[in-house]
Write a protein that binds this ligand. Structure first.
Ligand code: NAD
Ligand code: WQD
Length: 337
């Protein structure tokens, strides 16, 4: 069984490739290396003993993308490739729409042309916007997205649903990720964003290894148990395993399904700091600052559909997430270069 993984050298993609290989799937990775390194392929080999076939291709370049479909008999696609920085998307909307929508349309067109009818797509809890109260259920649909990144995910969901209407034998799972964190327990793959991290756990990691002086806690006056923002953090290895279950479901069933992937538990910023302090054995300096514009108080998943449809339940907790994030940053303070 051959699975094309777009964005497969990236953070979530690389962990998913490892889990797919562990289950005996053959992976073909496609990535333009905009936000990842080819060295990830060596790291995957160190973990699994297999170096997946790799194409340095940009999904916006349809001609080159078609070569991948011509050269390989692909059974299913897991589509991670895209840009993902919320703030940057506000400054560069056209870049985001071109990458995440035009690029994705190229991919979907080629899937239909080459009769590849199984897809798993990386969506995001961001499509709920600020419209609904947690626990967020898939049946709520899509809310008001507040930035081009979120809009690009909502539009992709709509495009895939419409492909499903027009092609009855098409099968897709739209996975709405909550907050993926942590790293592979080997410390060989993980996430260290370029520049100053925007997200909480990578920011804490940089503070812990002394690259940054302290963490800014964005607001302690939310209506939550300690006043700081509550999110549903999920270990990236659990998330990767959800992709294996999703692709197996897509291979057996027709139709388009949307599924949340979270733990169903919310942790506050102060609780994450405490868990990370326990993992690294030292205090994490922080200062409370005003709220970050656009943030909401609480966001966590209803996980019943993932459990019922895919048999997916998370196994790793917030302490595992922090332990593995710490292990990765200690071994790769400058990321995988
Ligand atoms: P990542 O940046 O580590 O991985 C994305 C990969 O796609 C990168 O390796 C990048 O080089 C590649 N890429 C980008 N544009 C491309 C293009 N035009 N052609 C080919 N390759 C391209 O990000 P990630 O955290 O692994 O996220 C994977 C997917 O999951 C993304 O679609 C992201 O929007 C989505 N997602 C991520 C999160 C999160 O918090 N990390 C949450 C929800 C959804
Ligand atoms: C978590 C909590 C912050 C940084 C984002 C995207 C979302 C999805 C996942 C892709 C919040 C607080 C953060 C810091 C802090 N990505 N915080 N100090 O905003 O929930 O989600 O990543 O789809 O679309 O919006 O994640 O990690 O940035 O924030 O206090 O330096 O930590 O206010 O409460 P978020 P995050």
């Amino acid at each position: 069984m051959k699975i094309l993984v777009t964005g497969g050298t990236g953070y979530i993609g690389s962990h998913t490739v490892v889990e797919l290989i562990n289950k005996g799937y053959e992976c073909i990775i496609l990535d333009n290396l905009y936000n990842s390194s080819e060295k990830v392929l060596d790291r995957i080999k160190m973990i699994t003993d297999i170096r997946p076939k790799f194409y340095k291709v940009d999904i916006r370049d349809k001609e080159t993308l078609e070569e991948v479909f011509k050269e390989n008999k692909i059974d299913a696609v897991i589509h991670f490739a895209g840009l993902k920085a919320v703030g940057e998307s506000v400054a560069k909307p056209l870049e985001y729409y071109e990458n995440n929508i035009t690029g994705s349309i190229n991919l979907y067109e080629l899937m239909l042309k080459y009769n590849v009818k199984n897809l798993v797509f990386s969506s995001s809890a961001t499509v709920y916007g600020d419209s609904f109260k947690s626990p967020l259920k898939e049946e709520y649909g899509r809310g008001n997205t507040t930035n081009p990144y979120g809009a690009s995910k909502a539009i992709n969901e709509m495009i895939i649903e419409d492909i499903g209407v027009a092609n009855k034998d098409f099968s897709a799972i739209l996975l709405r990720y909550f907050n993926p964190v942590g790293a592979h327990e080997s410390g060989l793959i993980g996430e260290r964003p370029n520049g100053i991290p925007n997200n909480l756990v990578p920011y804490i990691s940089d503070v812990v290894v002394g690259k940054l002086d302290h963490l800014n806690v964005f607001g302690d006056d939310y209506d939550t148990r300690d006043g700081t923002g509550v999110r549903d953090y999920i270990h990236v290895v659990d998330l990767a395993k959800a992709h294996v279950l999703a692709i197996e479901y897509a291979l057996k069933h027709e139709g388009v399904n949307t599924i949340n992937v979270g733990s169903g538990n919310g942790y506050s910023v102060l609780e994450v700091i405490k868990a990370y302090e326990k993992a690294c054995g030292k205090p994490i300096p922080y200062r409370v600052t005003p709220r970050r514009p656009g943030d909401i108080a609480t966001c966590f998943a209803d996980t019943n559909k993932a459990s019922e449809l895919l048999g997916f339940n998370t196994k790793l907790n917030i302490e595992d997430m922090c332990k593995d994030a710490y292990n990765f940053i200690c071994k790769n303070p400058d990321g995988i270069e």
